[in-house]
Design a protein around this ligand. Structure first.
Ligand code: FES
Length: 150
């Protein structure tokens, strides 16, 4: 599967980000495994350490299996001022996990991120590709319930 994804791109290290992105998106647990790193390293002719460097630099990548839905709560100052800390506590209580963890049922992973570019609606979070703004504790509860129901 990883080799198949790689072969959609020219074996040029400029394509590394696109390849990693596609590998992560196509994995049901939204992460990049050691096997995937080795495959990409061989395909592009770069050391695996170089790829791990990229994976740790960009917070959007994970080398650990994650849940079906990835929650990214913005922790940048405008969101913080508008109460992202309370939203974080609400999420941790609702999901019974800490930041970086996945719920026991594999439904949610909770992460923090930098500005999502919609500070006018602070506090903001993303769940997968959907952005939710003007969050309140009540709103968060409704959103989580809705996503859980699918
Ligand atoms: S600071 Fe949170 S979206 Fe910009």
């Amino acid at each position: 599967m990883y080799r198949e994804i790689c072969s959609k791109y020219a074996p040029d290290k400029d394509n590394l980000i696109c390849i990693l992105h596609e590998i992560q998106n196509s994995h049901p647990q939204h992460y990049i495994s050691e096997e995937a790193v080795q495959t990409v390293a061989e395909y592009l002719g770069v050391p695996a350490n170089h790829i791990y460097g990229v994976l740790t630099f960009y917070t959007m990548y994970s080398t650990k299996p994650r849940g079906q839905n990835i929650i990214r709560l913005c922790e940048s100052p405008p969101c913080y001022i508008k109460g992202s800390e309370n939203i974080l506590h609400k999420l941790m209580t609702l999901l019974d996990i800490e930041v970086g963890e996945t719920t026991k049922d594999g439904c949610f992973t909770l992460e923090l991120c930098a500005c999502l570019g919609v500070c006018g609606n602070a506090p903001v979070m993303m769940i997968n590709n959907d952005v939710y703004g003007d969050l309140t504790e009540e709103k968060v509860e409704e959103i989580i319930e809705k996503v859980r129901r699918g």
